[in-house]
Design a protein around this ligand. Structure first.
Ligand SMILES: O=C(O)COc1ccc(-c2c[nH]c(CNC(=O)Nc3ncc(Sc4ccccn4)s3)n2)cc1
Length: 316
């Protein structure tokens, strides 16, 4: 399948794996790149030297293109940018903030920059700064989210910019890919479904099982009063978090309550930790290899395109 995204990134399929903090390590990213997508190492809030180690690991595992996601709320973001440049990482995606301050040094080093944006305004500002493409992430996504849905935000950003758009949030099979293409996107970013991949070695099995067990209504958004809303799977901790919000706790108290809770879940305590995952968790029902996931996505893309085409023919 060929789009401006597959050409820009040198990948076989327009499938980008989300660079999820604490979860997307070199093992997962290498498996996705080897299977024809774009594997992404999630720097999250990790120190720059951890990121350097994962970059060197993926270079041992594959020659195919890969990316590093820079989470801009991380205290190590600047050092991670330096490491990305030193290690000649070809592609960077960014999240949770505006990458404007790093654009000059990244572009001078020839790194392709693809920011996640939650609004049309930021998409237009970043296109002017010279980013190579835009990931438009709807609030269906797991983790730190904006307020608008994929269905609403993608076509508005597509209308507002000339550079290619990647749709993210609520996508886990070919129906989501075809929907994204219909909205004007030329690629998709998938996070939640890759968390349960066999090659995703970081999260404890309890984390994966929480996603596999989740149904359509099992995620909630915590932390809205802090200005950093985060989508998680309902559990004991999210109920405590919502209780704290209802009791009128300040943004600082909520922020403090949330610190470190994500890592606790990744390490296996799914009662006391925050299980970051998207609304599509209800459609993620089994652990598979990355190759099986990508093959299923592309096969269901094909069957969906045929179904939509036939429906269109009959409608004439
Ligand atoms: O500066 C501005 O105009 C605001 O800019 C932005 C505001 C938000 C975003 C945004 C929303 N979603 C994303 C990409 N997705 C994510 O970044 N998802 C994440 N999940 C867990 C994360 S770890 C975390 C999260 C919050 C607080 C501390 N740590 S980051 N980027 C991007 C840019």
């Amino acid at each position: 399948m060929k789009t401006r995204i597959t050409e820009l990134l040198g990948i076989q399929y327009p499938i980008i794996q989300g660079g999820m903090a604490w979860i997307a390590n070199g093992d997962l990213a290498a498996a996705v790149s080897k299977a024809g997508g774009l594997g992404t190492i999630g720097a999250g809030s990790a120190p720059a030297e951890w990121v350097r180690g994962e970059i060197r690991k993926i270079k041992q595992l594959t020659d195919r293109p890969f990316a590093v996601n820079i989470m801009l709320l991380s205290p190590h973001a600047k050092d991670v940018v330096d490491v990305v440049i030193e290690e000649k990482v070809p592609i960077v995606t960014t999240g949770a903030g505006n990458p404007g301050i790093y654009m000059k040094q990244l572009q001078e080093s020839g790194t392709k920059v693809i920011p996640v944006v939650p609004s049309v305004a930021l998409a237009k500002r970043l296109e002017k700064l010279g980013v190579d493409a835009i990931i438009v992430e709807g609030m269906e996504a797991g983790g730190h989210i904006g307020e608008l849905t994929t269905m609403v935000l993608v076509p508005q950003v597509v209308d507002a910019v000339q550079i290619p758009v990647i749709a993210a949030g609520g996508i886990a099979d070919g129906r989501g890919v075809v929907a994204a293409l219909a909205l004007g996107a030329e690629g998709v970013q998938i996070g939640t479904r890759f968390i349960v991949a066999k090659e995703c070695t970081a999260p404890h099995i309890n984390y994966k099982q929480a996603i596999i067990r989740a149904n359509d209504r099992d995620t909630v958004v915590t932390g809205r009063p802090t200005g950093h809303p985060v989508r998680v799977i309902r559990n004991k901790l999210s109920r405590e978090f919502m209780e704290l919000e209802r009791s009128g706790a300040s943004a600082e108290e909520l922020e403090k309550f949330g610190i470190g809770k994500y890592r606790i879940a990744v390490e296996g305590d799914i009662d006391k930790g925050s299980i970051l995952a998207g609304q599509i968790a209800g459609m993620v029902t089994k652990e598979e290899t990355v190759a099986e996931i990508i093959q299923d996505i592309m096969a269901t893309t094909e069957t969906t395109l045929n179904r939509v085409r036939n429906a269109g023919m009959e409608a004439r």
